[in-house]
Write a protein that binds this ligand. Structure first.
Ligand code: NAD
Length: 417
């Protein structure tokens, strides 16, 4: 029996003949081959392939087109095919700045595994725990198509000149976990001063070498760094919507904790987390997920607090010797993969901290539609219950001050690119 694979575009199973006949002429052969490699093989049951027996997928070339033309699926399939036509999957270049660090290494690994990634630059300083060339050599042995290259700069050199043009040129996405984690006794302001300068250097280099790239900032404090970098981009005449704050770990944790309480699979739980990315600005909207909404109302405040303080659980468990790096690598890559899928024409919705006009604050975390241009649309907050309405005001009051810190930094500085 011919190998059948599920096309994620419509969820149906096809043979290679049906698949290639359908996409022939729409995309280059190489892109079709690569897309086929992305499709999961069908698990057979008693020798029968999924889709067989339902009248789907006889081996004639027209069969797939016919399936797509079923009345209900027709409009959806057409829209998806049109979106796909804009960019074939699997041709993107990604850079991870701070790629040899605690978050950077797992993040680089997840990105190297993404079928949409053609080239991955791992960039770090000469003081990193391992040379970035070593991380690249290691990841370069994975049996994936991504080509991984390492780039190093000396501490103190401005990134805009230190960064090899080859590292960033042509990048579609730059992920930035480069920066210092917060040390005991350090204030948020102290951390901001150090990390804002690191982020500025890297954003400057992006402005020069890849101004079209989406820049996903992981470096803390995200609540202030993102407005600072976006306003600097705007001041330079560049597009501030290219700057995206990574808050995905809050959503990942909220869904996991809801799964633990309800006994349901977190893979099918999707709790939006809005507001910002620190303390009370982290606001899970449990009422908007069916499973989370089933939790007793009197348990919500405690669960809300657990999501806000989840980073401390990891720091304590690591005995102060590190913070969330593996789960952050996973979460950052989830956003990274969604951004690339969007650029490839397969739109995705993820929560992210971006320039926004859905509240009276200029920057806010909410659901964002990622598409062909990156941030395609910032989606509204949606309905909130009484508890969440009160929490929103608390989150906004705290976030406002942190945004102001970022705005002041942008006023006092400028990008030299
Ligand atoms: P780490 O110290 O293990 O790694 C940071 C890496 O950045 C190091 O390899 C360092 O050499 C590199 N670096 C520093 N300055 C650089 C520069 N100018 N150019 C290139 N590389 C540079 O730290 P980590 O645990 O990976 O954390 C990194 C950052 O991510 C911290 O600011 C931390 O607070 C933040 N963080 C964010 C989230 C989130 O949800 N957004 C979660 C956890 C941690």
């Amino acid at each position: 029996m011919a190998d059948r694979r599920v096309d994620p575009d419509d969820g149906a199973a096809y043979t290679w003949e049906e698949f290639s006949a359908y996409y022939k002429g729409k995309y280059k052969k190489k892109a079709v081959d690569e897309y086929w490699e992305e499709c999961k093989p069908v698990k057979t049951k008693k020798g029968k392939a999924k889709g067989e027996g339902k009248g789907k997928g006889k081996a004639e070339p027209k069969a797939k087109a016919k399936v797509k033309a079923e009345p209900k699926a027709k409009a959806k399939a057409k829209a998806k095919a049109k979106a796909k036509a804009r960019k074939p999957p699997g041709a993107f270049k990604v850079c991870v700045c701070g790629g040899a660090g605690g978050i950077g290494q797992p993040l680089s690994m997840f990105m190297a595994l993404d079928p949409n990634v053609k080239e991955l630059s791992v960039f770090d300083l000469n003081i990193a725990m391992v040379p970035p060339a070593g991380v690249a050599a290691d990841l370069g042995h994975l049996d994936k198509k991504s080509e991984v290259k390492g780039y190093v700069a000396e501490v103190g050199q401005p990134a805009v000149t230190a960064l090899d043009e080859e590292c960033l040129k042509g990048c579609n996405l730059v992920l930035i976990p480069a920066g210092m984690p917060r040390k005991p006794g350090q204030t948020r302001d102290d951390l901001f001063k150090i990390n804002a300068d690191i982020a500025k250097g890297l954003v400057e280099a992006c402005g020069k070498h890849c101004p079209e790239a989406i820049i996903a900032l992981i470096v803390n404090p995200v609540n202030s760094i993102v407005p600072a970098m976006a306003e600097l981009y705007k001041k330079k005449g560049l597009d501030p919507t290219k700057i995206v704050g990574v808050t995905t770990l809050d959503c990942v944790r909220a869904s996991k904790f809801v799964g633990q309480i309800t006994g349901k699979n977190p893979n099918f739980i999707n709790v939006p987390v809005i507001g910002g990315h620190a303390g009370v600005t982290i606001m899970p909207v449990f009422s908007q997920d069916k499973t989370a909404a089933s939790i007793d109302k009197d348990k919500i405040a405690e669960l809300d607090k657990r999501v806000q303080d989840a980073g401390t659980e990891v720091v304590n468990a690591k005995n102060g010797k590190g913070s969330a790096t593996l789960s952050m690598g996973y979460a950052g890559a989830r956003l990274g993969r969604s951004i690339l899928a969007g650029l490839a024409g397969r739109r995705r919705v993820e929560c992210a901290y971006v320039k926004s006009d859905i509240t009276d604050l200029p920057y806010f975390t909410s659901k964002v539609l990622f598409g062909e241009n990156g941030v395609q649309k910032v989606l509204p907050i949606g309905e909130l219950n009484e508890y969440e309405t009160t929490r929103l005001e608390e989150a906004k009051a705290a976030l406002k001050l942190e945004i102001e810190t970022g705005m002041k930094y942008a006023e006092a500085n400028e990008l030299n690119c």
